[in-house]
Design a protein around this ligand. Sequence first.
Ligand code: GUN
Length: 298
Amino acid sequence: MATIIDGKAAAARLRERVAGEVAELAATGRPPGLRVVLAGEHPASAAYVRTKEKMAREAGIDAAVVRLPAEASTAEILEVVQGLNRDPEVDGILVQLPLPAGVDEQAIVLAIDPAKDVDGFHPWNVGRLGSLTGDLPPDLLVPCTPMGCLLLLEQTLGREALAGRRAVVVGRSAIVGKPLAQLLLRRHCTVTIAHSRTRDLAEECRRAEILVAAVGRPGLIRGDWVAEGAVVVDVGINRIATEDGRGRLVGDVAYAEVEPRAAAITPVPGGVGPMTVACLLANTVLAARARRAAARER
Ligand code: GUN
């Protein structure tokens, strides 16, 4: 039987650590400030944003959501971002994606001050993650979901034990797959990024000692795609229809088939999801500290 990796408990521990750090910052000045920009009412996005605001406030962060109508233009969203860039009490800015159709997402991400980019999506932060080698720079803002995956893997295997392992990341998104591959390289894994055009995806997956699924296709990874003893991280959050009409969340991994073969596996829900939010709070503290240090130097 696989070890079920308890992301909920790991996230609660991380949030508790962050709350301590927030209290220190508050006692010596002010709590970190986080603004989440939500344009429109994409139902999943609205739910994520509510969770981010609630968890941030529970950790003592000065968090608020900036709501814009679904019709907001690129120029209007840019203006909001520029205002948040200038606001000295704002340490972290997160623009919830996807933005409404027609909005230039690239332009918005480029406009965010890299020092406040708690999503780690700005090319400056993306480039720093991918450039050079060795340990992660301690002040680097790393995308939250891949950071959460790495922390769960380190907790499960031990940080040093990642070195030399064959890791297969299924999914090449800028939000998860690509940054996670960079993080695993930094921990000295042998990394393959597989995707929708990969020939014989099942065979690639079977080679993995660490298998991460981040594609958004319910149950894509089948039992016979997974080597005995692999560690499996499921990033997928897919709502599927059920007979009672309420729907149910499932991952990208066919859990019932894969779990008996895996050494360890993250459940959905309760695996990677809670870690994403906890890492956002950790990034907010990181940004607040770095900005305070930079202000002292000026
Ligand atoms: N949409 C889905 N995941 C994310 C995320 O990590 N950050 C933002 N800003 N939007 C998302």
